[in-house]
Design a protein around this ligand. Sequence first.
Ligand SMILES: [Zn+2]
Length: 154
Amino acid sequence: MDNYQAKNLKTALTEIRNSMDEGDQSKLDLDLYEKVIDKVASYAVECDECKEYLIEMEVHIAQIQKEITSKNEINFKLHKQKVNEFTSHLTNQHNLVTEGYYLSIYMAIGTGIGLPFGLLLFDNIALGLPIGIGIGVAIGAGLDADAKEKGKVI
Ligand SMILES: [Zn+2]
């Protein structure tokens, strides 16, 4: 039932993709939307909110299709809002992360640690920076890969 719903949504998404130019496609970030549909559908069995989101997605995607056929301006702002809403439910309620999430966090931490570290060890702030970033990237990329393996990345 839920997979059937997701399948329909993705078929509609493909139709949307085929009927617009690349600029509009990337503005809608359809790849992300497709992944969000998959995740929401997989949680809809146990989560009432996800169940409702699937219905909301149907309405929302139908609206985009209508905008395309009637040649009206696509409401990109509303679309972004919707996708953000779905994504933040997935991250907050189902502990998912967006792609590259850990990398960005640990790179920032690495930068912060690298500076005093360089000063302390080498008496040179600039020298600590690449080391800190290097360690941050290593840890962050590792955690991202781990999350991906566990199916926790949107
Ligand atoms: Zn949910």
